[in-house]
Design a protein around this ligand. Structure first.
Ligand SMILES: Cc1cc2nc3c(=O)[nH]c(=O)nc-3n(C[C@H](O)[C@H](O)[C@H](O)COP(=O)(O)O)c2cc1C
Length: 336
């Protein structure tokens, strides 16, 4: 069975990628995931807030030292320069890259243009095969307009693309007025891949304690429907690679995403739920299905059920929606 796949211009042994999660926070974790058979690993993100906090701490230390000793800035050479980054993250990054035979992708998670570029470059210098930009931004301010939100994504991408030579993927939200146009603009702006989609941790409300509870549950298969819809619509329409993320519970979702047109399929919740070894179960399920259906290469499966090029995408979605409603209504409430 030929599972080899291209993603972001990289050769992967198969299309299953461990997405950013606590499983890829340590070198041992990354090794464990690679041993379990994944085609690539996305490291746990370096968060914009971490970067900012460390920068502030370094600046405070440098200022305090300066009052005591004129030469003390030299104790904190990075604090005065651009590269004051969380060294621990970069050291995991560097050691992980040498420890496994699969590409290790660095990940930065934030929402403002800030200092992504410097960190992306440091990650590249530490051996990152590619960079994933997780633009986790929910525009709650009612004064921010849609075009500004889109521009923020393009600005972040442009800064990082200017700073690195390795491929750059953007992990984005599904909540744009025109998601397909946003995907096309990111593609034209040089994104090597789009990761669809960020899974926002929507908070819950506990009526008994009158408290807002953080939404940190693992995903379920039904959540794959939204990325699946957009991947069927984007496959073949943009040059950037497409990575599916959210809702892989078993090999069925992995297969569905490939049929929709994903170049790779990412998983976090399933591996957190069952352990990294579950990657082998997912891949075995894919091979078993391919054998049963007579496919010998994953490239032959990819995009078979994408919306055909030339179809009227909006009309097709609308048509599917109306006929689904009609079916539901006639089953439950008599004739439409
Ligand atoms: C506990 C946990 C931690 C995560 N940490 C990160 C992270 O650091 N950076 C990131 O981009 N995504 C992070 N994610 C999101 C996952 O990479 C993934 O996109 C999301 O969980 C949807 O995939 P899934 O349905 O396979 O879990 C995290 C998810 C979980 C459950």
């Amino acid at each position: 069975m030929k599972l080899s796949t291209r993603y972001l211009g990289l050769d992967l042994r198969n299309p299953l990628v461990a997405s950013a999660s606590p499983l890829s926070k340590t070198v041992d974790g990354v090794r464990h995931l690679a041993d379990a058979g994944v085609g690539a690993v996305v490291l746990y993100s370096l968060f914009e807030e971490q970067v900012r906090r460390e920068a502030e701490q370094n600046a405070r230390l440098a200022a305090a030292g300066t009052e005591s000793f004129a030469e003390s800035l030299s104790y904190f050479p990075d604090a005065a320069g651009a590269d004051y980054g969380p060294r621990r993250y970069l050291s995991v990054r560097e050691r992980a890259a040498g420890a496994v035979p699969v590409p290790v992708i660095g990940s930065i998670n934030g929402s403002t243009p800030g200092s992504w570029a410097g960190y992306a470059r440091s990650m590249q210098d530490c051996g990152a095969a590619a960079i994933e930009l997780n633009i986790y931004y929910l525009p709650g301010d009612p004064h921010i307009c849609g075009r500004d939100v889109e521009q923020r994504h393009l600005d972040i991408l442009a800064r990082v693309k200017d700073a690195v030579t390795v491929p750059v993927a953007v992990k984005l939200s599904p909540y744009f007025s025109a998601t397909a146009e946003m995907a096309r603009r990111l593609d034209l702006a040089g994104a090597d891949g789009l990761v669809l989609f960020n899974r926002f941790l929507q908070p819950d409300i506990d009526p008994e304690t009158l408290a807002v509870a953080p939404g940190t549950s693992l995903s379920r298969a039904a959540e794959a429907r939204l990325p699946l819809t957009w991947i069927t619509l984007l496959h073949g329409r943009i040059g950037a690679s497409l990575a599916a993320t959210t809702g892989v519970e078993g090999s069925t979702e992995l297969i569905k995403y490939l049929l929709a047109g994903a170049d790779v399929v990412m998983t976090a919740s399933a591996l957190l739920r069952h352990g990294p070894e579950y990657a082998a179960v997912l891949l075995d399920g894919l091979c078993e299905w391919m054998g049963r259906k007579g496919y010998t290469a994953v490239d032959d499966v990819r995009g078979l059920l994408a919306v055909p090029i030339g179809a009227d995408e909006a009309a097709r979605e609308r048509g599917d929606y109306v006929s689904a409603l009609r079916r539901a209504n006639s089953a439950d409430f008599g004739p439409w």
